[in-house]
Design a protein around this ligand. Structure first.
Ligand code: TXA
Ligand code: MG
Length: 330
């Protein structure tokens, strides 16, 4: 199969519709990462998305809808706090989990009685979703466990020959996946940290829990238990108080002729002061926005040594650190 990358216009939207209506999958941009979308009412199409990615079949997908879509068609029981959060942050990088009406096909939620729904902010995503006027089930458009894609070229690298069409909406500005929030209980519970931070949720909903997977427990958000976001090279993460160890590791590798790079932020770049650096930037937002692009750039070398200062940059760093810990396999 030939994989085309096209800008988002009438012609590519028409082609998207014929692919989706024919039970296929289309990659599209969002403000977080690129998604690989299929019709959420078509079980075979959704199963195909799992197969294309090599995704474990117990890790449910998020359904994406345009901003005027009537959510009550898909879910029941939208609590007041969720309505307030939706008003404050949607469209945007916040996925909300509700009780499902069971209207979308079973493969989407992998048999759970809940449904994760997201209304992306990206103009290209809105155009795509509006044109189709369907709930679109979409995981990130990468091979399972690899680094999520933030450009059409990243999607092409992973999925060339496996899908027909990538809608190109430029580089995703947010850079890490949406916050996943369980809205089925008395108060919201964060299942995956992201760009809508705990502080932002508390500011609207009053209180907010955070789900931590305990040993031996069945995951409430099944994606939590998998290694994820991983570059293909050797990757080591060092805490801010271990910077010396990071520099030692770098020097050791370099002296053996290993092509090592340090992935850092502005502050740690100054402190480690080595030749091969990939700098993520200064603020939490810049770091999140550059993270996957730099991880993909970095994986072309032999070893990636990650040394950043999370406490410097506020709530967004929780999501960034969560991705980095998973990328390094802990
Ligand atoms: O920003 C994003 O969320 C991107 C873009 C494409 O929208 N999508 C994304 O999808 O990151 P994916 O499949 O890579 O991650 C979906 C996460 C997984 O951790 C999954 O376990 C969780 O959402 N999830 C999906 N449905 C759920 C449900 N019903 N209950 C709990 N967690 C759910
Ligand atoms: Mg993913």
């Amino acid at each position: 199969m030939r994989t085309e990358i096209l800008p988002i216009d009438e012609k590519s939207l028409r082609l998207s519709k014929s692919i989706i209506d024919g039970g296929g999958a289309v990659a599209f941009p969002t403000e977080t990462v690129y998604g690989l979308g299929a019709n959420a009412f078509d079980n075979t199409a959704v199963e195909k998305v799992f197969a294309i990615k090599g995704r474990p079949n117990d890790n449910p997908l998020i359904v994406h809808v345009h901003k005027d879509y009537d959510l009550s068609e898909l879910v029941t029981e939208i609590p007041e706090y969720a309505q307030a959060l939706a008003k404050a942050y949607l469209p945007g990088p916040l996925t909300m989990v509700y009780k499902s009406r069971g209207k979308v096909c079973p493969a989407v939620s992998c048999g759970l009685d809940t449904l994760a729904v997201r209304v992306p902010l990206h103009d290209g995503a809105q155009k795509f979703l509006k044109y189709l006027n369907l709930p679109i089930a979409a995981p990130s458009a990468n091979i399972s466990k690899h680094v999520s894609p933030v450009t059409a070229q990243h999607v092409f690298f992973d999925l060339d020959g496996r899908i027909e069409l990538i809608l190109d909406g430029g580089k995703c500005s947010g850079g890490i996946e949406s916050t996943v929030l369980d809205c089925t209980g008395e108060k919201p519970v964060i299942l995956r940290s992201g760009l809508v931070t705990r502080e932002m949720i508390e500011a609207v909903a009053g209180s907010c829990g955070e789900y931590v997977l305990k040993e031996g427990e069945k995951a409430r958000s099944p994606g939590m238990k998998y290694k994820h976001y991983s570059p293909s090279c050797d990757t080591k993460l060092f805490r801010f108080d271990e910077l010396e160890k990071a520099v030692d590791e770098y020097n050791k590798s370099r002296s053996k002729g290993v092509e090592a790079y340090v992935l850092c932020d502005d502050k740690t770049a100054e402190l480690v002061n080595v030749d091969n650096v990939l700098n993520l930037g200064k603020t939490g937002e810049q770091i999140a926005s550059n993270l996957y692009d730099k991880l993909r750039e970095g994986e072309r070398c032999a070893q990636l040594i990650i040394a950043i200062a999370p406490e410097e940059h506020g709530g967004v760093m929780k999501g960034v650190m969560n991705r980095l810990i998973k990328a390094c396999g802990n």
